[in-house]
Design a protein around this ligand. Sequence first.
Ligand code: FES
Length: 78
Amino acid sequence: MWICHCKGVTDRQIRSAISAGARTPVEIGVHCRAGTGCGGCLPEVCRLLDDHLTSQTFYTTCSDCPLLAEEEPELLSA
Ligand code: FES
């Protein structure tokens, strides 16, 4: 779906920029040029960024992380 009509950028390209590490609208603009024209798409760019960031699960300690617990149980006892 087209998000930035000025620069011809799709939601997929914006998600790709976010996956590559972009964490602000400016960084997303650097990656794929979304939002670098009129700025009319910035609310949607920010919404995509917010969706990504709020979908992340954060653990307070390493012992809370199920991946670490499954992959490297000996590290938890060290
Ligand atoms: S629609 Fe994205 S900068 Fe204009």
